[in-house]
Design a protein around this ligand. Structure first.
Ligand SMILES: Cc1cc2nc3c(=O)[nH]c(=O)nc-3n(C[C@H](O)[C@H](O)[C@H](O)COP(=O)(O)O)c2cc1C
Length: 256
């Protein structure tokens, strides 16, 4: 494929699927129409793995800034202070980005604080925690159904260097108190939408990150959306396979 073809091909990704050009065929029927059971709503975690309780949204007074002030003040912030983000603040930021309102009776879908086509919610949230009150520095994964954190790994002395390399030298990212890394589990959306799932996944990542931007404003923190990263190095950093689950978006968070 030459460069022009590649460009046109990538533009297609942003368009609605052209069913006249590529008509539906039985083999393209999504799994949900074939009666295949829905994928899990979140990745399972090893029950032996240590989990950390988060503060429930009803138990925190955070987030009372007006929508107008949060939107008016929002900007990308890259200069982070040395302060810790508290576990309560982190709990709030996780809830605004992926918090679950309800689970459907058949456990096929969830309603959350962000919208998702067909309520598929194809993301997992990993945290690279450097300075979070009460949390040992490490990689954690958010369990939105339980509103818990599961530990993925402890950070070694080389973590800062490895992270900076994985984000193409953007040093402000490893200076953040905590870095949100969103992965996509594409099958969660493909199960329902098959070959037209992927545009929605990309759009939905934007909804998630925008909530993080606004909520950060409300807790005296700041964030910056990041898509400049090295795919393999980032996937290796958080320990995902790169095919069935891979990094799509990052957002470092710190006090400003
Ligand atoms: C999809 C997306 C990807 C971005 N990637 C990066 C990035 O890799 N590094 C970075 O420093 N800023 C990144 N940004 C932040 C933009 O540079 C920033 O939004 C832009 O300069 C406008 O500034 P504002 O957000 O303060 O309005 C990204 C923003 C978006 C929406």
């Amino acid at each position: 494929m030459n460069f022009r073809e590649l460009l046109l091909n990538n533009r297609k990704f942003l368009k609605a699927h052209d069913w006249e050009e590529i008509p539906p065929s039985p083999e393209w029927e999504p799994d949900f129409r074939k009666g295949v059971a829905p994928p899990l709503l979140e990745k399972t975690h090893d029950p032996e793995v240590e989990t950390v309780e988060l503060v429930k949204i009803d138990e925190t007074g955070l987030g009372t800034m007006s929508v107008r002030d949060a939107i008016g003040g929002r900007m990308s912030r890259r200069n982070f202070g040395d302060e810790h983000v508290s576990l309560e603040e982190l709990s709030f930021l996780l809830w605004v980005t992926q918090g679950v309102h309800s689970v459907s009776g058949d456990r096929a879908s969830t309603r959350r604080t962000v919208p998702s086509g067909g309520s598929r919610h194809p993301f997992e949230t990993y945290l690279i925690a450097n300075r979070v009150g009460g949390l040992e520095p490490g990689v954690y994964r958010y369990l939105p159904l339980e509103h818990l954190l599961a530990r993925v790994e402890v950070l070694g002395d080389d973590a800062k260097g490895r992270l900076t390399e994985a984000v193409e030298g953007q040093a402000f990212i490893s200076r953040a108190a905590v870095v949100f890394v969103w992965t996509a589990v594409p099958y969660r959306a493909e199960w329902r939408y098959n070959i037209i799932a992927h545009k929605d996944i990309a759009i939905e990542a934007g909804h998630v990150c925008q909530n993080l931007y606004l909520a950060c404003e409300a807790v005296g923190a700041g964030t910056c959306a990041v898509t400049s990263y090295h795919q393999r190095k980032m996937d290796e950093f958080i320990g995902v396979d790169g095919d069935e689950e891979f990094t799509v978006y990052l957002a470092p968070v710190g006090k400003v």
